[in-house]
Design a protein around this ligand. Structure first.
Ligand code: NOJ
Length: 561
């Protein structure tokens, strides 16, 4: 029986898969211990071989690296750590030759305090650049309001010369831009045009839902970190500003945007990404499925709840279907590795593949983070002074206030820090995992001797080859891209089972999230004997409609009715 699916407008960005590069740790081409564009050039064929269609670069711009590139000091250049603008152009050209699109990270909520705009505005209250930021008088000896940064203590930094404070919602060296100033918006448009004219295909827009602050900057509800967040998350003018960028720049190019959106819900997301006149972004990265083992932040851990994760995925699948488009991801540079969170270290290979099938078979544009495709895991550092991230430093101070011992803080940090995702990419079992001939800027995970690209290439059953297969299957089957979604066994705490349906074809995705055997009963309407097994993480699969799952087993069946 043919089933009719709702009309979804077909577009290239809905059909692509994206590989994310965090450049500092990807591949070092010049032996200085820092990943760079020469390194990227040498790996373009590898990236292409994954069956992805685009690369998203975390920031490549000049930056003092208070937040590793998310503090930009020059928006129209490339950091000398990574190469030159000329070299970047070559990367774009070589990527395009291979049919790989390039997506830049656009960080416009804040700039570095070392950006020219900030320096000029700090020197002189009468400079036009002063009003590029939020400079305010204090309340007596106190800062202008009670806001706290999400990275570093209070959200206001005092400048003795000016006798004023500037706002930084993130680190002190990340000063918030005043998007209410039309001149700032013109700068943003000029940055967008600069990169689009150079040939890039789109932007990932950093904390884009923070760019509009409530007028008068009122006091916020007191919180341990991030007080004031309700006054700038999805602020009053965010839609207007994004619409303006769309109208004046983005609509004039065949490009794509994905906005990072902490605190986003499906209902609110539709006001940004639903198809139609009011659409201001193509996709959004929400965080709801990343909170199945924690609360508020990655640093307050709870036992993993499969039900919580399924609920988040299913909600977004259901609510976006036919209305807007999902962004699918399990890892990026801001979270510990997924195998250590939702999978199993003991069953690394099995759970790594299962997690891949679980999200790559859903509706949306998938993103794969460097190292995820070979099943990289968290690192365990033996001392707190080995960590380098501003969030880790901040949390250390908070934990100290709570009188936690260094030993306990180290345990928590090893488990929760985003630095787990920032260890150098493991290319081989050779020196420094093949990442660099020099001294790597950060610690290489000692498990590189076992987990590396070279070894995975040689093994037909590696996680790497599973990703390739799953991404190829997705690309070749409109069912996976445009199909309907329906969840089965919602109440199960061990299995995640869903189907996709499109023009008479169906897909059944079965994922076990436990090492224990679970009795799986094929849902009504499916007969495994008639299905084609397209993805699996175990050999010897029977076609029985009732079976006991093996640890972290996954099977994906295709039915052509
Ligand atoms: C989100 C980015 O992904 C993260 O790495 C960064 O620290 C913050 N935004 C601030 O720019």
């Amino acid at each position: 029986m043919k089933t009719k699916s709702p009309e979804i407008k077909k577009t290239w960005y809905k059909e692509m898969s994206v590989y994310q590069i965090w450049p500092r740790s990807f591949c070092d081409g010049n032996g200085d211990g820092i990943g760079d564009l020469e390194g990227v050039l040498s790996k373009l064929d590898y990236i292409k071989s994954l069956n992805v269609d685009a690369i998203w670069f975390s920031p490549l711009y000049p930056s003092p690296n208070a937040d590793y590139g998310y503090d930009i000091s020059d928006y129209k250049n490339i950091s000398s750590d990574y190469g030159t603008l000329e070299l970047f152009k070559k990367v774009v050209e070589e990527a395009h030759k291979r049919d790989l699109k390039i997506i830049m990270d656009l960080v416009i909520n804040h700039t570095s305090d070392e950006h020219e705009w900030f320096k000029k505005g700090r020197e002189d209250k009468n400079s036009p650049y002063h009003n590029y930021y939020f400079w305010r008088k204090g309340r007596g000896k106190k800062p202008p309001n009670n806001w706290k940064s999400v990275f570093e203590g209070g959200a206001w930094e005092y400048d003795g010369n000016l006798d004023e404070y500037y706002l930084h919602v993130f680190a002190k060296k990340q000063a918030d831009l005043n998007m209410d100033n039309p001149a700032v918006r013109e700068e943003v448009k000029s940055i967008m045009r600069f990169w689009l004219d150079l040939g890039v295909d789109g932007f990932r827009e950093d904390v884009i839902t923070y760019i509009s602050k409530r007028e008068g900057l009122p006091n916020g509800f007191p919180l341990p970190i991030g007080t004031g967040i309700e006054h700038y998350t999805n602020g009053p003018k965010v839609h207007d500003y994004l619409a303006e960028f769309r109208r004046d720049v983005l609509d004039r190019y065949d490009c794509f945007t994905v906005g990072e959106a902490p605190g986003m819900t499906p209902k609110l997301a539709k006001s940004f990404i639903a198809e139609g006149e009011s659409k201001v972004l193509d996709l959004m990265f929400h965080f709801q499925h990343m909170a199945a083992d924690c609360i508020l932040t990655d640093w307050i851990r709870l036992p993993f709840s499969l039900k919580k994760m399924k609920k988040a995925f299913s909600r977004w699948q259901r609510e976006m279907f036919g209305v807007a488009w999902n962004a699918l991801y399990l890892e990026n540079h801001d979270h510990p590795r997924i195998i250590d969170r939702y999978g199993s270290r003991k069953y690394r290979v099995e759970s790594g593949k299962m997690l891949a099938a679980m999200y790559l078979c859903q509706s949306g544009t998938p993103f794969v983070y460097q190292g995820q495709e070979i099943g990289m895991t968290n690192i365990e550092l033996d001392s707190l002074d080995k960590f380098k991230d501003v969030i880790t430093f901040n949390n250390y101070r908070l934990f100290k206030k709570l009188h936690l011992s260094d030993e306990r803080i180290l345990r928590i940090t090893n488990r929760c820090s985003r630095e787990n995702a920032r260890t150098p990419m493991q290319w081989s079992g050779g020196k420094n995992a093949g990442f660099s001939t020099g001294e790597p800027w950060f610690y290489v995970n000692p498990n590189y001797t076992e987990i590396n690209v070279e070894a995975a290439e040689k093994d037909a059953d590696s996680i790497l080859n599973f990703y390739r297969k799953a991404l190829k299957f997705r690309k070749e089957n409109e069912l996976v891209i445009y199909g309907d979604y329906k969840e089965h066994y919602k109440e199960s705490r061990k299995l995640y089972v869903y189907e996709r349906k499109y023009n008479g074809k169906r897909l059944l995705v079965i994922c076990s999230f436990t090492e224990k055997p679970v009795r799986f009963i094929t849902p009504d309407g499916f007969n495994l004997k008639k299905g084609k097994l397209v993805l699996q993480n175990y050999k010897n699969v029977s076609d029985s409609n009732v079976f006991l799952t093996r640890p972290y087993e996954t099977r994906v069946y295709l039915f052509e009715d």
